[in-house]
Design a binder for this molecule. Sequence first.
Ligand SMILES: N[C@@H](CCC(=O)N[C@@H](CS)C(=O)NCC(=O)O)C(=O)O
Length: 211
Amino acid sequence: MIKIHNLDRSRSRRIVWLFEELELPYEIIQHQRDPTTMLAPTSLKAIHPLGKSPIIEDGDITLIESGAIIDYVTGRYGNGKLVPAKDSSDYASYLQWLHYAEGSLMPPLVFSLITQMMQVDSEILAGTIDHFCNTHLNFINETLAAKKYFVGADFTAADVSMGYAIESANGANLPGLEMASRIVRYPHLQRYLTELQSRPAYQRSLQAIGE
Ligand SMILES: N[C@@H](CCC(=O)N[C@@H](CS)C(=O)NCC(=O)O)C(=O)O
């Protein structure tokens, strides 16, 4: 049985959600953030030297990085579910969105979160972060104006990857940290997020991690 190391309020919810979508068995090992610093506990470092989540253990394989984990699990255990066929025209688009979430969209959102946590008071910095965030949010809002999901008409594992990033843009998910939603001006992102959050597998995943 694959073990999912789940840090509370973190990207590992993607992986639990993916397993629920694929109806695969899994075991959750729970790790709690430090309530003051919000950093991961040392228990995660015992599993992998980076000490960040998500991490999965599949027999003697230990794997980090949301995109790599999604690719590994769908490829090895997914039976073709949630991934377009490799010879289809959708496959390139699938790969792009699977990796865009962590490679492009999350960095400015995390930067915004960190400056807020550190209470950095700089108009120039805030303006720069807004510019980077809005460039991406505009782009993905326009993308979703024409499509139901990121690849097209069908929900794919790239939506699991993108869904968490858009949830992050909708406000911090950390206790005690009030962050304004960045998606209020983007109707297609709001519609998309509401739709993802109403999926039964998404709701089961939140229940499984107690969030
Ligand atoms: N790109 C990585 C990011 C991993 C990451 O930064 N995880 C955060 C949780 S959302 C973490 O473990 N933070 C706690 C810490 O850095 O101590 C992925 O998607 O797997």
